[in-house]
Design a binder for this molecule. Structure first.
Ligand code: HEM
Length: 193
């Protein structure tokens, strides 16, 4: 998840940047000295095992796992920040701030992306094992034919459902919530315009 290549004592925590697997390092990241030893072992001088000590065939895809982890933690931290910003703004009656409102809208998407990224971290990070140390994913693939068709079928179904949702939302937007309300409760609605 952190993309540490060399086994070392007092391992740094690297924030951001891009893993260069060939060179065995993280490029352009911000290093917090001894941060990873502290996080992983609660001791700033503890030894943390690096990827170089894992046989290449037992390593997951470092690009995907580390990047997904950075996205998840980045968005998680941002969400905490936005929540604090909201409560502070509420406390000081500054809620009519366009930037804050935009951040609140974005936080819905960020939660969703963080969730997907977290799932990538665990599912890609566990590779090549399906049961760690016991069974590899390649040995667990089902020999039953036709599973690809089930995947295509479900994918198609979800595309149709997503398109229907967008279509419904667009329809609702054109009609407006008040008209939709009147449609259900008759014209006695006392909504003021
Ligand atoms: C500071 C913020 C965060 C930290 C430090 C963090 C840390 C972690 C770690 C260490 C894992 C891997 C656990 C493991 O299998 O060993 C994980 C998985 C995951 N995280 Fe995060 N996370 C953060 C924010 C978030 C946010 C905001 C979301 C979603 C809104 C999220 C959703 C997930 C999901 C869905 C998984 C996979 C769980 C599973 O496979 O059972 N995380 N997270």
């Amino acid at each position: 998840m952190e993309g540490l290549f060399e086994t070392q004592r007092g391992a740094p925590l690297t924030i951001g940047g891009w893993p260069d697997v060939g060179a065995g390092e993280i490029r352009y990241g911000i290093e917090i000295p001894k941060g990873l030893s502290l996080l992983a072992k609660h001791d700033i001088n503890a030894e943390v095992m690096g990827l170089n000590d894992v046989p290449p065939r037992d390593r997951p895809n470092v690009y995907i796992v580390r990047t997904a982890f950075q996205i998840m933690v980045g968005f998680g931290t941002a969400l905490i920040g936005i929540a604090a910003w909201y409560w502070a703004s509420r406390r000081w009656r500054r809620l009519d701030n366009r930037l804050l409102l935009l951040a609140l809208v974005a936080s819905g998407f960020m939660g969703f992306i963080a969730l997907e990224a977290g799932w990538f971290v665990t599912e890609v990070g566990r590779q090549p094992w399906v049961i760690y140390g016991v069974m590899r994913t390649e040995d667990a693939v089902t020999p039953v034919p036709g599973t690809a068709n089930v995947l295509y079928g479900f994918s198609l179904l979800y595309v149709v459902l997503a398109a229907t949702l967008v279509w419904l939302l667009l329809r609702l937007r054109h009609r407006g919530p008040e008209q939709a309300h009147e449609h259900h409760s008759g014209s006695e609605s006392n909504v003021s315009h």
